[in-house]
Design a protein around this ligand. Structure first.
Ligand SMILES: Nc1ncnc2c1ncn2[C@@H]1O[C@H](COP(=O)(O)OS(=O)(=O)O)[C@@H](OP(=O)(O)O)[C@H]1O
Length: 415
């Protein structure tokens, strides 16, 4: 009797703990499944509010992510440069914080921490190799499938839809592209062309490998390296309404920062005297002229993100012709996603399973990750007018340089 009672108590306790653990595990699994079904990247798109902006996450390894990837051991890290805006990070932070006299040391530290988090978010070059590895990207076995150097590059501009363009292009059966920005001509050049080749997913002789790194257009050094690498390479540049790009850049820089620490949009861009920062971001013509100085014009295609956002098909068709691909893009490949506010892959498309192996999109929605389509900050009427005045001549210079005009909402002539 004496020995039986403690035994019973012990058994009862053991059963209770087991059941408790089981319930805990089930609820965790349920939570994870619920999160998964919910799709954290979803957002009611162009209803851009502060809360959404703050919560936008860099899900894809593009710009933000892969930039940080390079920063793991790039020159920028040493120089402490935020390559998204081309100015020292410490300076950006300092300026950001200085703007708000009420910001405490603790808050400033938080800004710094959140930017550091952004920087270390992405993986090491090891992960880069893994993500772009042949195993990861093989679509079907073929004897002559091997990694080949790219014959086309998307070289700019950041925040202008470069990821969407690259992603959409890969639904073409003859297009192959590495998942991440490789930044070979800017940061990993010393690794040599064999390293670069090895990062490419395997392709057949007939397929075209395309790499995208928006930073390539920003320096003459990288353009010269591309020229040395292959003078016949095809280059794609995508631009965007410069005012929307400024909003997008602002949203990108502050996406992991408490809204209470954000400087007003106008102040942040005005921090540099004479609209220097605005011009740095909006003077597409200046950078494109450097490209034309080194490459024949027929090897350079200029597209607009705004056109692609409205309807990707004509833009892709233009790229298809330029790249010399057989016609394959059709409008049933893409569907407009109301929540995101732009087009995503049609998950019912026959070629969608192939896309899933080549790019990083949500398998249920067919859309790019949550760092695309962030909320944009509002711009006051007077400041908007100021931006228009500063930027309009830069746009005109661009249109006459490239010989075509883009319809950008912020610059539409009033009826
Ligand atoms: N179809 C589609 N799918 C996903 N994203 C789309 C698409 N069309 C345009 N865009 C807009 O592209 C903006 C991001 O540009 P990038 O990919 O060049 O950014 S990055 O430089 O690589 O970070 C990003 O801008 P923001 O919305 O301002 O963040 C996207 O809205």
């Amino acid at each position: 009797m004496f020995t039986e009672k403690p035994l019973k108590v012990f058994v009862a306790l053991a059963v209770l703990s087991f059941v408790g653990l089981l319930i805990l595990q089930q609820s965790l699994t349920f939570h994870r499944v619920a999160m998964f079904i919910q799709d954290p990247s979803k957002k009611p798109s162009r209803v851009r509010n502060r809360f959404k902006l703050q919560n936008a996450k860099s899900e894809e390894g593009s710009y933000l992510g892969s930039r940080e990837l390079g920063n793991e051991y790039d020159h920028n890290q040493e120089l402490n440069i935020d390559s998204s805006i081309g100015i020292p990070v410490s300076q950006t932070l300092k300026e950001t914080v200085e703007h708000r006299s009420s910001v405490s040391f603790k808050e400033a530290h938080e800004v710094s921490k959140s930017l550091e988090k952004q920087k270390s978010r992405m993986s090491s070059p090891k992960t880069l190799s893994k993500l772009n590895s042949p195993e990861q990207q093989t679509t079907s076995p073929s004897l002559d499938r091997r990694s080949r150097l790219p014959k086309a590059l998307i070289i700019g501009f950041s925040k202008c839809g470069t990821a969407a363009l690259r992603t959409f292009l890969t639904i073409h059966p003859d297009v192959i592209s590495p998942i991440l920005e490789l930044r070979y001509f800017t940061e990993y050049y010393s690794k040599g062309p064999e390293w670069y080749r090895r990062q490419m997913p395997p392709s057949t002789e007939e397929q075209l490998t395309i790499e995208k790194t928006p930073a390539y257009i920003m320096t003459n050094e990288s353009l010269t390296r591309i020229q040395d690498f292959d003078p016949k390479i095809k280059l794609i540049v995508i631009v965007r309404d410069p005012i929307v790009r400024l909003q997008s850049q602002y949203a990108h820089v502050f996406c992991h920062t408490k809204p209470s620490l954000w400087p007003p949009f106008k102040h942040w861009w005005n921090e540099k005297p004479h609209d220097q920062r605005i011009i740095h971001f909006s003077y597409y013509a200046w950078y494109i002229r450097q490209v034309y100085n080194q490459f024949p014009r027929e090897k350079v295609l200029i597209l607009s993100e705004d056109d692609m956002e409205r309807n990707p098909l004509p833009v892709l068709k233009e790229a298809e012709g330029f790249l010399g691909l057989r016609p394959a893009y059709t409008d049933d490949m893409f569907v407009f996603n109301k929540e995101k506010g732009f087009y995503c892959f049609n998950t019912r498309s026959r070629l969608f399973p192939r896309v899933l192996r080549l790019v990083k999109v949500n398998r249920f929605t067919g859309c790019l990750g949550g760092d695309k389509g962030r909320e944009h900050p509002p711009i006051g009427k007077n400041y908007l007018e100021h931006l228009r005045q500063v930027i309009r001549p830069l746009n005109e210079e661009l249109f006459s340089l490239i010989g075509k005009r883009f319809q950008w909402d912020n610059f539409k002539k009033k009826p």
